[in-house]
Ligand binder design. Sequence first.
Ligand code: DAU
Length: 338
Amino acid sequence: MRVLVTGGCGFIGSHVARALVAAGHAVTNLDALTYASNPANVASIAAHPRYRFVEGNICDSALVRELVADVDVVINFAAETHVDRSLLDPGIFVRTDVEGVVSLLEAVRATRTARLVHMSTDEVFGSLAPGVEAEEEGQFAPTSPYSASKAAAELQVRAYAETYELPVTVLRSCNVYGPNQHIEKFIPLFITRALAGVPLPLYGDGLQEREWIHVDDIVAAVGLLLEHLPGAAGAHAIHIGSGERLPNRVVAEAICRLAGRDESLIQRVEDRPGHDRRYALNSRRLRSRGWRPAVRFEEGLERTVRWYAGNADAWAAAENPEFREYFARQYGERLGAV
Ligand code: DAU
């Protein structure tokens, strides 16, 4: 298959791009090289004959249309993804996560040959009450500028699928972790800070619950779904969830243990405004197709801590001036002078 992976220098996109090349597919990686991209994530396939890198933005309709015309499938991982940053600078989320998706939809509509697979999130459902799981056809109730943008993108996908009779697959994932994730996110931030022996800023009471999945399990799910893309018009939603739901505090404590640090490193700080308490996905649809998460959280977290411990150069490079500025803005007052 010829696949256009957007955001292929980012965390999930790079794992998928590498796996697709290894599985024999031809991959074009369109990436805007934002702060969250890291070309080193795809260094192992950079010279591969079935791999091509194009620097560009999914909002560039002319470029997108040209690239989409040459492929069988487009998988959209290009996005602004960090909730905290969406509180600091919401505009870029609307541009990339909504306008960028419309640009992809326009190209798919114009060419009519490529199928679109769009990566969305469990956050479109907002915070769920204890015991409740979001079903694929559940109601959207996003609460952050990030999740509102992702929900808006999904509405555009539905509108195009309906109006222009396009078969589109929408993947909604729970929280993903693993090697190469940008250090601004909870697990890599806490791991790298725990390894460095500096305080871990836990928002609020730390009892917010997230469902965690290892990136390898996302890659496996995408591989499986690519083999059975729907032919019928419509927006076909699929949930990718592990079922492993944990309060943040428990994850933070596990990270301290694995990094050989005392839990006193965990510091309660001012909460994220509008912080969703709980996400949970019902992933029966995907499981009915034979997929099961292969990496248990305990094992995956241990492997991830080992990866960050063994790749200090990779994440030290991510602690660039842009990150330091963001960190100061986000945590300065929360952590005081630390
Ligand atoms: O649920 C899927 C979503 O997971 C994806 O759609 C998003 O792109 C991804 O960023 C992630 O969103 P979260 O807001 O859940 O992830 P984050 O890593 O920012 O935070 C995870 C939890 O940890 C959340 O409850 C906030 C908390 N947290 C996070 C940071 C960065 C802290 O307590 N302290 C922190 O410093």
